[in-house]
Design a protein. Structure first.
Length: 298
């Protein structure tokens, strides 16, 4: 996903190698080129600004002028500033003191929520947890069935309304799922919710109602990194409409520019916690800001 950005940054920084001292003009020129590379990759403007400021302030200070190898030092600064933009430390899931830990997924339709539910469930089951998947997307006719298929592949049970028993209300389903988790001793509940193709008040309200019914320990906002510049607006709308404690970036295997998704931490203040990079359940990992920065800088 970040190949172009990665190539651009690497070539800007490679130009510095072999230089002895770096003048302020050298640093300004480098910062300018980094700025263009970030903007062309769709990184949000305020994020680019704070990134460039961080790099310039540090590169013009004693950190570089007194370094044995100034170019190397600038590369190190760019790497560290990138880690900061991406959230610094890896943020792990927070588990409830008294089980079940309730994880709610929110995001637009097609963002990869249902797939992610399966990935997360499989990953948690692999660590010895006993998750329960919950189908609260009752909007899309096939969504419950899709979660059941995903659950089967993950080897994790799915709590869903049974056809014809009158439980068509997602809020009620979410509430009942917590009782079921206690009864059957599931230590984690993963609630899949309905999305729409675009931001929609009714969808936000339903997600907020589910949130109020089950008071999740984590609300994960699932964001398709392929949607480009819309990523930032969508994230802000979900932050304001539902609120979330972490972000999951999906479709990182795609070939879009992806910079907008990289801006989401800085724009919303919430950490990117997981990354999804394919349609298979195994294409999933914890998001490590330092590893992503290393990957981008080649
Ligand atoms: P939902 O509507 O938010 O529940 O989204 P789905 O889980 O149904 O995913 C929508 C489509 O994106 C499906 O075709 C998935 O197979 C696909 N998908 C989900 N995650 C990824 C991913 O990380 N990479 C790729 N390439 N496709 C994905």
């Amino acid at each position: 996903m970040f190949d172009t950005l990665s190539d651009r940054l690497t070539s800007v920084l490679t130009n510095l190698r072999g230089k002895g001292r770096l003048s302020d003009a050298d640093i300004d020129a480098t910062a300018r080129e980094i700025r263009i590379a970030l903007l062309e990759a769709d990184v949000a403007l305020p994020v680019v600004r704070s990134f460039i400021k961080g790099v310039k302030d540090r590169a013009k200070g004693a950190e570089v002028s007194q370094a044995l190898n100034p170019a190397q030092q600038v590369i190190k600064i760019v790497n560290e500033e990138l880690v900061i933009i991406l959230g610094g430390e890896t943020r792990r899931l927070e588990f409830a003191k008294t089980p079940p830990t309730v994880i709610m997924l929110a995001g637009l339709q097609g963002s990869g929520k249902t797939t992610l539910a399966g990935k997360l469930a499989k990953w948690l089951a692999g660590q010895g947890h006993t998750p329960l998947l919950v189908a609260c997307d009752l909007q899309r006719p096939n969504a419950v069935n899709q979660l059941q298929v995903v659950g089967e592949r993950a080897g994790v049970p799915v709590f869903a309304p049974e056809p014809g028993n009158g439980v068509g209300d997602p809020v009620e389903v979410s509430r009942r799922s917590i009782d079921e988790a206690r009864r059957a001793q599931h230590d984690i509940v993963i609630v899949d919710t309905a999305g729409r193709l675009g931001i929609d008040e009714e969808m936000m309200k339903q997600a907020a109602d589910i949130r109020d019914a089950i008071t999740p320990d984590e609300i994960l906002f699932v964001l398709d990194a392929m949607i480009g510049q819309d990523a930032v607006n969508t994230a802000e709308a979900f932050r304001d409409g539902v609120g979330f404690s972490g972000v999951v970036l999906t479709k990182l295997d795609g070939d879009a520019r992806g910079g907008a998704a990289l801006s989401v931490r800085e724009v919303t203040g919430q950490p990117i916690m997981f990354a999804s990079s394919g349609e298979q359940l195994a294409d999933f990992d914890v998001f490590h800001p330092d590893r992503m920065a290393n990957r981008i800088l080649g």
